[in-house]
Design a protein around this ligand. Structure first.
Ligand code: NAP
Length: 334
């Protein structure tokens, strides 16, 4: 039986990775923190390992303990990461520095797996060109527009410089599905009868349903590929009105549509950042978030996934949103 270690197992994507690993017959190790919730990790087959990635020495100690118990990982999916932070430096510390500690400790402990897959993000490359509408491609120069993307790119640069290390990188676009908390706010807003837009320029969005993403990740692990990276989407593109339209249809709601001008969003972001900055924190709507919200082209290439892995999404947005909303309703989130 092959083994897989999934870090960030307690989170949204992590818990689906664990589920998929078990479904495919892997021995699954869930990498969590002491403080992590185990709410979505109830399967008795899951074996837990507590990691503290803040120093290489701490990771090394955990790996040495694993070795002493004869635990080896065929595959590692390093999915632990931060998409939102209270302090700006946390992006770099968690997404990049911790990844470096992890890889250095794996090498030092002699526990390099057959494949180490890093869950990066489309944000590491930033949006596509607003005028040409061309999708972001591997051949393009990465141009992240916020600290989150920059921290992911920095981790990628460290990883890809290690030619002797068996890495894979995936860069998902927006991931949605049951348990997810950010798109949920949008679904909630539509459910309350409001349909907000930011800025007057048309936005094109891309998505990947969480079950398709985790299936794709396991396809990459099982494939002969190594030292390769892919953008991950369902292969379609969606104008923002269509996202709202699909949600409205699935919820059976009528909405009041309104547009918040960009200058207003920017002003709120700047003021909020200055005020929150007095306490050393950053608000949810900040200038980084503003840069993301105002970008109009979130297309990314899909062909390499199809050609190199034979991946085809089973869920388009309509099917995925339907299943997601059913889950939110069942769990009384909506
Ligand atoms: N959601 C998306 O749309 C999206 C898109 C592209 C890429 N990604 C990437 O996918 C990964 C998972 O994201 P998600 O959406 O599932 O987020 P999530 O639900 O917030 O899960 C994040 C996971 O990372 C763990 N983590 C955070 N800080 C950590 C630290 N200092 N040490 C160890 N573990 C830590 C969390 O553990 P606790 O439970 O203990 O906090 C949690 O298990 C991230 O790397 C993210 O950048 C997400």
């Amino acid at each position: 039986m092959k083994s897989v270690l999934i870090t960030g197992a307690s989170g949204f994507i992590g818990s689906f990775l664990v589920e998929e690993g078990l479904k495919q017959g892997f021995q699954v190790f869930a990498g969590i923190r002491k403080s992590s919730s185990r709410e979505y990790l109830q399967d008795p087959r899951i074996q837990f390992i507590e990691f503290d990635f803040s120093t290489k020495a701490k990771v090394l100690e955990t790996l040495e303990n694993c070795k002493a118990k004869n635990i080896r990982f065929n595959y590692i999916v390093h999915n632990a990461g931060l998409t939102k932070v209270k302090k700006k430096e946390d992006f770099y510390n968690v997404n990049c520095r911790n990844t470096i500690h992890f890889i250095e400790a794996l090498i030092e402990a002699g526990m390099v797996p057959d494949k180490f897959l890093y869950v990066s993000s489309l944000a590491a490359y930033g949006p596509g060109h607003p005028d040409t509408g061309e999708p972001v491609r591997l051949t393009h120069e990465p141009k992240p527009i916020e600290l989150y993307g920059k921290s992911k790119l920095e981790a990628e640069r460290y990883i890809t410089a290690r030619k002797e290390f068996p890495w894979l990188i995936v860069r998902p676009t927006g991931v949605y599905g049951p348990k997810e908390k950010d798109y949920f706010v949008f679904f909630q807003t539509i459910n309350r009868g409001m349909e907000p837009y930011i800025g007057f320029r048309k936005q094109t969005l891309t998505f990947i349903y969480v079950r398709d993403l985790v299936r794709m990740i396991f396809m990459a692990l099982a494939s002969p590929h190594v030292n390769k990276s892919w953008f991950v989407s369902d292969g379609k593109e969606y104008p923002s009105e269509l996202f709202a339209g699909i949600t409205k249809k699935a919820l059976g709601k009528k909405t009041i549509r309104f547009t918040v001008p960009l200058f207003l969003v920017k002003s709120i972001a700047i003021i909020g950042e200055n005020v929150a900055g007095l306490w050393g924190s950053i608000p949810t709507l900040n200038t980084d978030k503003y840069n993301v919200l105002k970008s109009t082209n979130w297309r990314c290439e899909f062909e390499p996934l199809e050609k190199e892995l034979g991946f085809k999404a089973e869920y388009d947005l309509e099917k995925g949103v339907q299943e997601t909303l059913e889950w939110y309703k069942k769990e009384k989130w909506l």
